[in-house]
Design a protein around this ligand. Structure first.
Ligand code: ADP
Ligand code: MG
Length: 239
């Protein structure tokens, strides 16, 4: 579903990705861990070309993202959820959910609202269609953001530290929605520090440091028997 071949990314003189090779099968749940500034977000953002690699290939669902004629098609298949929700503040929850469906998927208002309401039910926010984002808690906002991404019927969901901005009591409600998606077979790539979530849900854990993937294995192997000293050091700080 996702293939990165020798992906490099340089900002100015700063080489942030130094040759990322990665192959993610349909239905896999992959968690990315690593120190701050190691390139985790940049890796994720190359998967929908929010960052264009300096060199190397990104292929999603068989489409090479360097092919600009395919880019919009691919982007519609790849949902992304950010740390800070990125909801449109001047729109209601339902307007947030229907905008792209109408613009990109060309659904009627009625069709789009039907999809939106079903997704609100699913994330436990059936009564919030007419609320504005500012009136919601962080956990509710993030569940709306997930619903908004799902409204496009993506084949892949990317999550960049989706619970990092949340108060602790709201982390669970967001992780539960993500878990249910994983169990339904969604292909997911998740940057997170939630190690229990990774142990329970991930098929693979990648440890990224200095713009390289230093570990790529099952959660059990990476957490209990990491091969790289930098992984051991990182885990000793966070576990
Ligand atoms: P992580 O998500 O692991 O914390 P990032 O991928 O965000 O790391 O960033 C990796 C490095 O790339 C950092 O040194 C960061 O400052 C730099 N970087 C990221 N995005 C940009 C950008 N748009 N312009 C310049 N430097 C950037
Ligand atoms: Mg980041």
């Amino acid at each position: 579903m996702i293939r990165l071949e020798n992906v490099h990314k340089t900002f100015g003189k700063n080489e942030v990705l130094k040759g990322i090779n990665l192959h993610i099968e349909q239905g896999q749940v992959v968690v990315i861990i690593g120190p701050s500034g190691s390139g985790k977000s940049t890796v994720l953002r190359t998967m929908n070309y929010l960052e264009e690699p300096t060199s190397g290939k990104v292929i999603v669902d068989g489409m090479d993202l360097a092919d600009k004629t395919k880019l919009n098609e691919v982007r519609a298949e790849v949902g992304m959820v950010f740390q800070n929700f990125n909801l449109f503040p001047h729109m209601t929850v339902m307007e947030n959910l229907t905008l792209a469906q109408k613009k990109v998927r060309k659904l009627s208002d009625e069709e789009a609202k039907k999809v939106g309401q079903a997704l609100l039910d699913r994330v436990g926010l059936a009564d919030k269609a007419n609320a504005y984002p500012d009136s919601l808690s962080g956990g509710q906002k993030q569940r709306v953001a997930i619903a908004r991404a799902l409204a496009m019927k993506p084949k892949v969901m990317l999550f960049d530290e989706p619970t990092s901005a949340l108060d602790p009591e709201m982390v669970r409600e967001v992780l539960d929605v993500m878990k249910s998606l994983a169990y339904e077979g969604m292909t997911m790539v998740i940057v997170t520090h939630e190690m229990n979530f990774a142990k329970e849900v991930a098929d693979r854990v990648l440890f990224v440091d200095g713009g390289l993937i230093l570990e790529d294995d099952t959660p059990k192997h990476v957490f209990e028997a990491p091969t790289n000293d930098r992984t051991k050091l990182f885990l000793s700080k966070i576990l």
